[in-house]
Design a protein around this ligand. Structure first.
Ligand code: BTN
Length: 248
Protein backbone atom coordinates (compact mmCIF):
# COMPACT_ATOMS: atom_id res chain seq x y z
CA UNK A 1 0.00 0.00 0.00
CA UNK A 2 1.49 3.36 -0.95
CA UNK A 3 2.36 5.88 1.74
CA UNK A 4 0.49 8.92 0.49
CA UNK A 5 1.45 12.31 1.84
CA UNK A 6 -1.67 14.16 2.99
CA UNK A 7 -1.39 17.90 3.63
CA UNK A 8 -4.28 18.94 5.90
CA UNK A 9 -5.39 22.54 5.91
CA UNK A 10 -8.20 24.24 7.77
CA UNK A 11 -9.16 26.64 5.03
CA UNK A 12 -8.08 27.60 1.53
CA UNK A 13 -9.69 29.16 -1.52
CA UNK A 14 -9.46 25.93 -3.53
CA UNK A 15 -7.44 22.77 -2.94
CA UNK A 16 -6.77 22.57 -6.70
CA UNK A 17 -5.29 26.04 -6.70
CA UNK A 18 -3.36 25.42 -3.46
CA UNK A 19 -1.78 22.22 -4.77
CA UNK A 20 -1.01 23.72 -8.17
CA UNK A 21 0.78 26.67 -6.49
CA UNK A 22 2.71 24.27 -4.26
CA UNK A 23 3.85 22.26 -7.31
CA UNK A 24 5.18 25.44 -8.94
CA UNK A 25 7.14 26.32 -5.80
CA UNK A 26 8.68 22.96 -4.94
CA UNK A 27 9.03 19.31 -5.91
CA UNK A 28 5.89 17.48 -4.81
CA UNK A 29 5.74 13.67 -4.76
CA UNK A 30 3.20 11.93 -6.94
CA UNK A 31 -0.19 11.34 -5.25
CA UNK A 32 0.47 14.04 -2.67
CA UNK A 33 -2.95 15.15 -1.50
CA UNK A 34 -4.24 18.44 -0.13
CA UNK A 35 -7.26 18.01 2.14
CA UNK A 36 -9.20 21.05 3.33
CA UNK A 37 -11.93 21.47 5.95
CA UNK A 38 -13.33 24.38 4.02
CA UNK A 39 -12.93 26.20 0.70
CA UNK A 40 -13.78 29.86 0.24
CA UNK A 41 -13.76 29.62 -3.57
CA UNK A 42 -14.19 25.94 -4.41
CA UNK A 43 -14.14 25.47 -8.16
CA UNK A 44 -16.57 23.31 -10.10
CA UNK A 45 -17.11 22.28 -13.69
CA UNK A 46 -18.37 24.77 -16.29
CA UNK A 47 -17.08 27.73 -14.22
CA UNK A 48 -19.47 26.88 -11.37
CA UNK A 49 -18.50 27.09 -7.74
CA UNK A 50 -18.45 24.11 -5.39
CA UNK A 51 -20.16 24.68 -2.08
CA UNK A 52 -19.65 22.53 0.97
CA UNK A 53 -20.24 23.20 4.67
CA UNK A 54 -17.18 23.44 6.88
CA UNK A 55 -15.74 20.14 8.18
CA UNK A 56 -18.59 17.99 6.88
CA UNK A 57 -17.28 16.75 3.55
CA UNK A 58 -14.24 15.57 1.66
CA UNK A 59 -12.57 18.39 -0.28
CA UNK A 60 -9.25 17.26 -1.69
CA UNK A 61 -6.87 17.34 -4.63
CA UNK A 62 -4.05 14.99 -5.62
CA UNK A 63 -1.28 15.34 -8.15
CA UNK A 64 -0.03 12.88 -10.79
CA UNK A 65 2.73 13.21 -13.36
CA UNK A 66 1.51 10.93 -16.16
CA UNK A 67 4.17 11.94 -18.66
CA UNK A 68 3.65 8.57 -20.42
CA UNK A 69 0.07 9.54 -21.29
CA UNK A 70 -0.75 11.36 -24.51
CA UNK A 71 -2.96 14.42 -24.10
CA UNK A 72 -5.56 12.87 -26.40
CA UNK A 73 -5.94 10.07 -23.84
CA UNK A 74 -6.52 12.38 -20.89
CA UNK A 75 -10.05 11.06 -20.38
CA UNK A 76 -8.43 7.99 -18.79
CA UNK A 77 -7.52 10.22 -15.83
CA UNK A 78 -11.21 11.05 -15.38
CA UNK A 79 -12.04 7.39 -15.66
CA UNK A 80 -9.60 6.24 -12.98
CA UNK A 81 -10.63 8.95 -10.51
CA UNK A 82 -14.33 8.23 -11.09
CA UNK A 83 -13.88 4.48 -10.72
CA UNK A 84 -11.81 4.82 -7.53
CA UNK A 85 -14.51 6.91 -5.88
CA UNK A 86 -17.51 5.00 -7.17
CA UNK A 87 -16.05 1.63 -6.12
CA UNK A 88 -15.22 2.94 -2.63
CA UNK A 89 -18.76 4.28 -2.22
CA UNK A 90 -20.15 0.91 -3.34
CA UNK A 91 -19.07 -0.37 0.11
CA UNK A 92 -21.72 1.84 1.73
CA UNK A 93 -24.80 1.32 -0.42
CA UNK A 94 -26.17 0.14 -3.69
CA UNK A 95 -27.13 2.66 -6.35
CA UNK A 96 -23.89 4.50 -7.12
CA UNK A 97 -22.90 5.19 -10.71
CA UNK A 98 -20.66 7.43 -12.78
CA UNK A 99 -22.53 10.10 -14.66
CA UNK A 100 -20.50 10.89 -17.77
CA UNK A 101 -18.03 12.40 -17.81
CA UNK A 102 -17.07 12.29 -14.16
CA UNK A 103 -19.78 12.98 -11.60
CA UNK A 104 -20.64 10.33 -9.08
CA UNK A 105 -24.33 9.80 -8.60
CA UNK A 106 -26.49 7.92 -6.15
CA UNK A 107 -29.74 7.16 -7.98
CA UNK A 108 -30.67 10.54 -9.52
CA UNK A 109 -28.60 12.65 -7.10
CA UNK A 110 -25.06 13.94 -7.15
CA UNK A 111 -22.74 12.93 -4.30
CA UNK A 112 -19.41 13.85 -5.84
CA UNK A 113 -17.90 16.21 -8.38
CA UNK A 114 -14.46 16.04 -9.96
CA UNK A 115 -12.44 18.81 -11.57
CA UNK A 116 -9.26 17.69 -13.33
CA UNK A 117 -6.72 20.27 -14.47
CA UNK A 118 -3.93 19.05 -16.75
CA UNK A 119 -0.69 20.70 -17.81
CA UNK A 120 0.68 19.55 -21.15
CA UNK A 121 4.25 19.39 -22.40
CA UNK A 122 4.09 18.89 -26.15
CA UNK A 123 1.44 16.24 -26.72
CA UNK A 124 1.92 14.56 -23.32
CA UNK A 125 0.56 15.29 -19.85
CA UNK A 126 3.26 16.57 -17.54
CA UNK A 127 1.07 17.24 -14.51
CA UNK A 128 -2.51 16.44 -13.59
CA UNK A 129 -4.35 17.75 -10.55
CA UNK A 130 -7.59 15.98 -9.72
CA UNK A 131 -9.85 17.94 -7.39
CA UNK A 132 -12.62 16.00 -5.71
CA UNK A 133 -15.55 17.00 -3.55
CA UNK A 134 -17.52 14.18 -1.91
CA UNK A 135 -20.53 15.04 0.23
CA UNK A 136 -20.06 12.95 3.38
CA UNK A 137 -21.83 14.21 6.51
CA UNK A 138 -23.70 17.31 5.37
CA UNK A 139 -27.35 17.13 6.49
CA UNK A 140 -28.91 19.61 4.10
CA UNK A 141 -27.94 21.60 1.03
CA UNK A 142 -28.89 25.21 0.36
CA UNK A 143 -26.84 26.21 -2.67
CA UNK A 144 -28.12 26.35 -6.21
CA UNK A 145 -26.76 22.86 -6.96
CA UNK A 146 -29.81 21.08 -8.33
CA UNK A 147 -29.69 17.62 -6.77
CA UNK A 148 -27.04 17.10 -4.07
CA UNK A 149 -26.94 14.20 -1.62
CA UNK A 150 -24.50 13.16 1.10
CA UNK A 151 -23.34 9.73 2.23
CA UNK A 152 -24.97 10.39 5.61
CA UNK A 153 -28.31 11.08 3.94
CA UNK A 154 -27.99 7.81 2.05
CA UNK A 155 -26.82 5.58 4.91
CA UNK A 156 -28.58 7.35 7.78
CA UNK A 157 -25.37 7.69 9.81
CA UNK A 158 -22.20 9.78 10.04
CA UNK A 159 -19.15 8.40 8.28
CA UNK A 160 -15.40 8.74 8.82
CA UNK A 161 -14.34 11.03 5.98
CA UNK A 162 -10.62 10.54 6.39
CA UNK A 163 -10.70 6.76 6.20
CA UNK A 164 -12.82 7.06 3.05
CA UNK A 165 -10.18 9.40 1.63
CA UNK A 166 -7.39 6.90 2.34
CA UNK A 167 -9.30 4.11 0.65
CA UNK A 168 -10.04 6.29 -2.37
CA UNK A 169 -6.36 7.19 -2.69
CA UNK A 170 -5.35 3.53 -2.49
CA UNK A 171 -7.80 2.75 -5.27
CA UNK A 172 -6.49 5.67 -7.35
CA UNK A 173 -2.98 4.34 -6.86
CA UNK A 174 -4.05 0.85 -8.05
CA UNK A 175 -5.83 2.24 -11.11
CA UNK A 176 -2.88 4.49 -11.88
CA UNK A 177 -0.62 1.41 -11.87
CA UNK A 178 -3.02 -0.21 -14.37
CA UNK A 179 -2.84 2.89 -16.53
CA UNK A 180 0.96 2.85 -16.45
CA UNK A 181 0.89 -0.79 -17.57
CA UNK A 182 -1.30 0.22 -20.52
CA UNK A 183 -4.36 -1.71 -19.31
CA UNK A 184 -6.64 0.90 -20.79
CA UNK A 185 -9.24 -1.51 -22.18
CA UNK A 186 -9.85 -2.88 -18.69
CA UNK A 187 -10.27 0.66 -17.33
CA UNK A 188 -12.63 1.66 -20.15
CA UNK A 189 -14.72 -1.49 -19.70
CA UNK A 190 -15.10 -0.96 -15.97
CA UNK A 191 -16.00 2.67 -16.55
CA UNK A 192 -18.64 1.71 -19.06
CA UNK A 193 -20.08 -0.94 -16.73
CA UNK A 194 -20.42 1.72 -13.99
CA UNK A 195 -22.20 4.36 -16.04
CA UNK A 196 -25.34 6.15 -14.95
CA UNK A 197 -28.17 5.19 -17.35
CA UNK A 198 -25.98 2.54 -18.92
CA UNK A 199 -29.07 0.69 -20.17
CA UNK A 200 -32.26 1.80 -21.85
CA UNK A 201 -33.63 4.95 -23.46
CA UNK A 202 -33.46 8.19 -21.47
CA UNK A 203 -34.14 11.88 -22.10
CA UNK A 204 -31.32 14.24 -23.06
CA UNK A 205 -31.11 17.82 -24.29
CA UNK A 206 -28.68 19.41 -26.71
CA UNK A 207 -28.67 22.77 -28.49
CA UNK A 208 -31.33 21.54 -30.91
CA UNK A 209 -33.70 20.44 -28.14
CA UNK A 210 -34.85 17.41 -26.22
CA UNK A 211 -34.56 13.83 -27.44
CA UNK A 212 -34.54 10.27 -26.16
CA UNK A 213 -31.53 8.02 -26.61
CA UNK A 214 -29.51 5.18 -25.21
CA UNK A 215 -25.79 5.17 -24.45
CA UNK A 216 -23.91 2.98 -26.87
CA UNK A 217 -20.39 3.87 -25.86
CA UNK A 218 -17.73 6.32 -24.80
CA UNK A 219 -15.05 7.10 -27.38
CA UNK A 220 -11.43 6.95 -26.16
CA UNK A 221 -11.24 10.76 -26.32
CA UNK A 222 -14.17 10.86 -23.90
CA UNK A 223 -17.04 11.61 -26.28
CA UNK A 224 -20.44 10.27 -25.26
CA UNK A 225 -22.00 8.23 -28.06
CA UNK A 226 -25.78 8.01 -28.06
CA UNK A 227 -28.25 6.26 -30.32
CA UNK A 228 -31.50 8.21 -30.59
CA UNK A 229 -35.03 6.98 -31.23
CA UNK A 230 -34.70 7.38 -34.98
CA UNK A 231 -31.61 5.17 -34.98
CA UNK A 232 -29.18 8.07 -35.51
CA UNK A 233 -25.84 7.98 -33.73
CA UNK A 234 -24.94 11.20 -31.93
CA UNK A 235 -21.51 12.02 -30.55
CA UNK A 236 -21.04 14.68 -27.88
CA UNK A 237 -18.16 16.40 -26.18
CA UNK A 238 -18.58 17.43 -22.55
CA UNK A 239 -20.98 20.39 -22.23
CA UNK A 240 -22.65 19.72 -25.60
CA UNK A 241 -25.39 17.58 -24.08
CA UNK A 242 -27.19 17.36 -20.75
CA UNK A 243 -29.08 14.57 -19.10
CA UNK A 244 -32.65 15.35 -18.12
CA UNK A 245 -32.96 14.14 -14.56
CA UNK A 246 -36.05 12.69 -12.93
CA UNK A 247 -36.09 15.13 -10.02
CA UNK A 248 -36.34 18.25 -12.18
C1 BTN B 1 -18.11 19.76 -10.35
O1 BTN B 1 -18.51 20.84 -10.72
O2 BTN B 1 -18.84 18.77 -10.34
C2 BTN B 1 -16.67 19.59 -9.92
C3 BTN B 1 -16.50 19.97 -8.48
C4 BTN B 1 -15.10 19.76 -7.95
C5 BTN B 1 -14.98 20.25 -6.53
C6 BTN B 1 -13.70 19.89 -5.87
S1 BTN B 1 -13.69 20.26 -4.15
C7 BTN B 1 -11.98 19.99 -4.05
C8 BTN B 1 -11.36 20.55 -5.33
N1 BTN B 1 -11.02 21.94 -5.19
C9 BTN B 1 -11.78 22.73 -5.97
O3 BTN B 1 -11.72 23.97 -6.01
N2 BTN B 1 -12.64 21.98 -6.69
C10 BTN B 1 -12.45 20.57 -6.43
Amino acid sequence: MPQVNIIRITETDSTNRYLSALCTKQKVAELTTVLADYQTAGRGQRGNSWEAERSQNLLFSFVLYPSFLEAKKQFLLSQIASLAIKEELDNYSEGFSIKWPNDIYWLEKKICGILIENDLTGSYISQSISGIGVNINQDSFHSSAPNPVSLKQITGKSQDAESILRSILNRVSDYYAMLRKGETTKIAERYHASLFRRNGMHPYIDKAGQFTAEIIGIAPEGYLILLDESGTERKYAFKEVSYLLNNH
